[in-house]
Design a binder for this molecule. Sequence first.
Ligand SMILES: NC(=O)c1ccc[n+]([C@@H]2O[C@H](COP(=O)([O-])OP(=O)(O)OC[C@H]3O[C@@H](n4cnc5c(N)ncnc54)[C@H](O)[C@@H]3O)[C@@H](O)[C@H]2O)c1
Length: 293
Amino acid sequence: MSGKIGRIGIIGAGQMGSGIAHVAALADYDVCLYDVSAERIEAGIATISGNMARQVSSGKLEDKQRQKALSRITPAASFEELADVDLVIEAATEDETIKRKIFAQLCPALNPEALIATNTSSISITRLAAQTDRPERFIGIHFMNPVPVMKLVEVVRGIATEDTTFEAAKAFVTSLDKTITVAEDFPAFIVNRILLPMINEAIYTLYEGVGTVEAIDTAMKLGANHPMGPLQLADFIGLDTCLSIMQVLYEGLADSKYRPCPLLVKYVEAGWLGRKTGRGFYDYRGDQPIPTR
Ligand SMILES: NC(=O)c1ccc[n+]([C@@H]2O[C@H](COP(=O)([O-])OP(=O)(O)OC[C@H]3O[C@@H](n4cnc5c(N)ncnc54)[C@H](O)[C@@H]3O)[C@@H](O)[C@H]2O)c1
């Protein structure tokens, strides 16, 4: 990347893509938001608008800033509309096949100078980079959920990532007022290498009947001073994402200690993916979350 990053493309308008669009637009970047359908993009923009409105009510943002930031976000109906972006951040579903297909279709549409970043929580940056026409301009920029609130961003280089890409990625993250931690390209990097086995163990604890959902979450909130219980946190991350990360750890490190809990698999098979689908270890469809076990 020779010039400065001004315009960015985001692939995936879910929890993370919309969060990244939110912080980037507030930092004066023009954002093109792409997803599989216009409805998903509209839903993502509605979430951003609602979250920014909350920031206005709590005095963190002026309404003028909110309106200006929202006007910077435009929906993209095809990859061709990303032809003039300086950086693309891929934040689609945590599934390597989906990500591979995206890169195969995306690369021919992009400016050859554009950088590509992935927000993957666990998948090898080197392997994803190899699916593109520019492994030297490919990098992992791993935001935390919810993006507007969480300070940390992990930056992960693939084997071929050039120094200029690394420097541009760090400058971009710093411009969003986030703190960088650099992780090596190993399965699930730093945060999820440590966090997900803990969440998986909490699910085993539930599966083996050691405690109820409430008992486990209360134990870890009050006994380990965690702001959220591990099952509440799993629902917040998305149980499909939790399962994918455990599978990447299990396969990537070839160690049985990472085997995903069968109860996690069952919830995902039921489509109970946590907050985003209204039900996971808690049922969110009423006024108050109710444990489902
Ligand atoms: N949830 C978390 O806590 C968290 C934290 C950090 C990173 N991540 C990573 O961010 C990425 C997205 O996670 P999320 O929580 O936002 O998931 P999500 O389910 O909320 O959103 C995923 C979005 O990707 C879209 N999508 C699927 N296939 C697509 C395609 N072919 N083209 C364009 N869009 C497509 C879906 O329609 C959906 O809107 C994953 O790689 C995940 O591992 C998640």
